[in-house]
Design a protein around this ligand. Structure first.
Ligand SMILES: Cc1cc2nc3c(=O)[nH]c(=O)nc-3n(C[C@H](O)[C@H](O)[C@H](O)COP(=O)(O)OP(=O)(O)OC[C@H]3O[C@@H](n4cnc5c(N)ncnc54)[C@H](O)[C@@H]3O)c2cc1C
Length: 545
């Protein structure tokens, strides 16, 4: 049987960083198991290819969530990357770290070494920031290129002028000292091409002889000897494929993402005994927090019809698209280099709110049913708003003992009263932004939620009918002290009560952060690589309060 020092399940954002860092020392062997294919498809690398990979089942798990109390009976689509780079190969390229308060809260929840001052050096070590930014907060020499959207569009400019007219300041760097304000989006794009975690971390590592990456390798369960994880079983070729077992001398690391890491744990007999027994799975280790605590951002997308100017909706039609294709081929710029959102705005829902609890994005385009998968034909602009730190929590639970059955995903959006209030406040702000004076020459009428929707109850009903995920599931294997009822891993990301097993990906976040999750997931993996190797952490940054 083949044996490696580390076996990593999942070559996504976290898995890619780990494969790179753990193999830096040429003496350590690393095997990475990835259920999806190589990331060869051109739509992965072309930024605007996002709209295609969004539904492309060959590189996407394409999950459906369960209907919840505030989804109007809808089962919301939940894409997830299934290829090298994982979700970072199909995401919207936005680079957003979150606020100082997010990580300080993680530390306050009993996780030593995860406060902002501790994690900032890892954010800096990882990135190569091109453009504006204070070097106290930004890194310039890391493998992950972060650029600022360079497309300049009169609608985006007018939106930002509108935000400023409402008292929201222009912020040159929302990943710097302060998040609040409005600016063009920062992106993981380099020379007009996606900078996925695979590109930044995994592909360079694959060139090393001590790294073995296996695609079409669907992990079905962890192999244990007593309470120690000693290997992983997978099916080579996926469903119906050949069963293979690989052994881990040192550790098994689950980096399957917020839906699949808890699924693999549950399939391996680690989780709530009631759940496991109901599917005939022998309980290896009772750990009720596995899969519980799921959080995500829930976003209504406000849309206005546009006049007197062309939006992206028309630019991608007919001969315009050929011009744009030529532009991209020759300059790596233009429409095909765009991300689904172009302007970012962070603000607060009330005067007493201490730090921005609303994230708002703008794009001079509109989508069928509000979701990024397909552009509309009529000219439109979209202002998406969401609550940054929701309180509602849901779960991920296996549907059966079949490793190929999609897990049950129940996010329970808006079940907390605060979440309903903040989401309604976000819709009101989105409406004010779209109706601002600088946008008036282009604003034709409100398409969603529509002028008849005015009261808080009506706005909430509209959100219930149309809001969707912003694709940020986390918190399903939460990091916390052993004596808590909810924690799955400790602050070294070791699974409580077991040996030789860690979870390292977005699922370990104890609480949702005020950001899209790619940057912080990469940071978690980078920090974890030092924890695993027993390396000293970079010195915590001393920040003036
Ligand atoms: C459509 C979309 C848009 C997004 N937009 C943004 C954005 O603009 N900015 C941002 O910051 N974040 C964005 N995100 C979120 C962000 O990309 C993710 O939070 C982040 O990539 C999660 O990293 P991860 O390592 O936890 O999981 P993933 O990157 O999803 O990696 C998990 C990997 O494990 C593999 N895997 C799972 N189960 C198994 C198994 N049983 N056996 C073998 N392999 C397995 C998967 O195929 C996958 O490759 C978006 C996500 C999506 C889906």
């Amino acid at each position: 049987m083949e044996t490696f020092d580390y076996v990593i399940v999942g070559a996504g954002s976290a898995g890619s960083v780990l494969a790179n860092r753990l193999s830096e020392d040429g003496g350590t062997t690393v095997c990475v198991l990835e259920a999806g294919p190589r990331d060869w498809h051109p739509y992965i690398h072309l930024p605007a290819g996002f709209i295609k990979t969004f539904h492309m089942k060959s590189v996407n798990w394409a999950y459906q969530q369960e209907p919840g109390p505030y989804t109007g009976g809808r089962s919301i689509y939940a894409p997830r990357g299934k290829t090298l780079g994982g979700s970072s190969s199909i995401n919207g390229h936005i680079y957003n770290r979150g606020q100082r308060q997010d990580f300080d809260t993680w530390a306050q929840m009993g996780n030593r070494g995860w406060g902002y001052a501790d994690v900032l050096p890892y954010f800096k070590r990882m990135e190569k920031r091109v453009g504006e930014g204070d070097d106290e907060f930004r890194g310039r020499e890391g493998p992950l290129t972060v650029t600022t959207m360079e497309w300049r569009d009169p609608l985006c400019e007018a939106f930002m002028a509108g935000a400023i007219s409402l008292g929201i300041p222009r912020n040159p760097d929302y990943n710097g000292k302060i998040q609040e304000g409005v600016s063009y989006a920062q992106r993981t794009i380099q020379n007009g091409l996606r900078m996925s975690a695979a590109k930044a971390f995994l592909h360079p590592a694959r060139k090393r002889p001590n790294v073995n990456v296996r695609t079409h390798a669907h992990a079905t369960n962890i192999v244990f000897e007593g309470k120690r994880a000693v290997g992983v079983r997978y099916l080579r070729g996926g469903k119906g494929g050949t069963p293979v077992e690989v052994r881990a001398n040192r550790e098994v690391i689950l980096s399957g993402g917020a839906y699949n890491s808890p699924q693999v744990l549950q399939l391996s007999g680690v989780g709530s005994p009631d759940l496991l027994q109901s599917h005939g799975i022998e309980v290896r280790h009772a750990l009720p927090g596995v899969g519980e605590g799921l959080q995500d951002h829930y976003a209504p997308r406000s849309v206005a019809r546009v006049k007197n100017i062309r939006t992206i909706n028309e630019l991608r039609q007919g001969w315009h698209l050929w011009v744009e294709a030529l532009k991209w081929a020759t300059t790596r710029r233009g429409l095909l280099s765009l991300s689904p959102t172009m302007v970012y705005c962070f603000w607060h829902s009330g005067e007493t709110t201490e730090s921005s609890d609303l994230q708002i994005t703008f794009t001079p385009a509109s989508y069928k049913e509000g979701v990024q998968g397909a552009l509309e034909d009529l000219p439109g602009m979209t202002c998406t708003s969401w609550q940054q730190r929701p309180e509602s929590r849901g779960y991920v639970r296996i549907r059966s003992s079949d490793p190929f059955a999609p897990p049950i995903i129940q996010t329970n959006y808006l079940t907390a009263e605060l979440d309903r209030r903040v989401v309604v406040a976000g819709m009101k702000l989105a409406r004010r932004l779209l109706k601002s004076e600088p946008l008036a020459p282009y604003y034709e009428y409100e398409d969603f939620p529509g002028p008849k929707v005015q009261s808080d109850d009506e706005l909430l009903a509209a959100a219930t009918q149309r809001a969707t995920t912003t694709f940020h599931p986390g918190c399903t294997c939460r990091m916390g002290p052993a004596d808590s009822t909810w924690a799955v891993v400790d602050d070294q990301l070791r699974v409580h009560g077991l040996q030789g097993l860690r979870v390292i990906d977005a699922s370990v976040m104890p609480r949702m952060i005020s950001a899209n999750l790619n940057a912080s997931t990469l940071m978690i993996a980078d920090k974890a690589s030092d924890l695993i190797r027993g390396k000293n952490a970079p010195e915590a940054v001393r920040l003036a309060s």
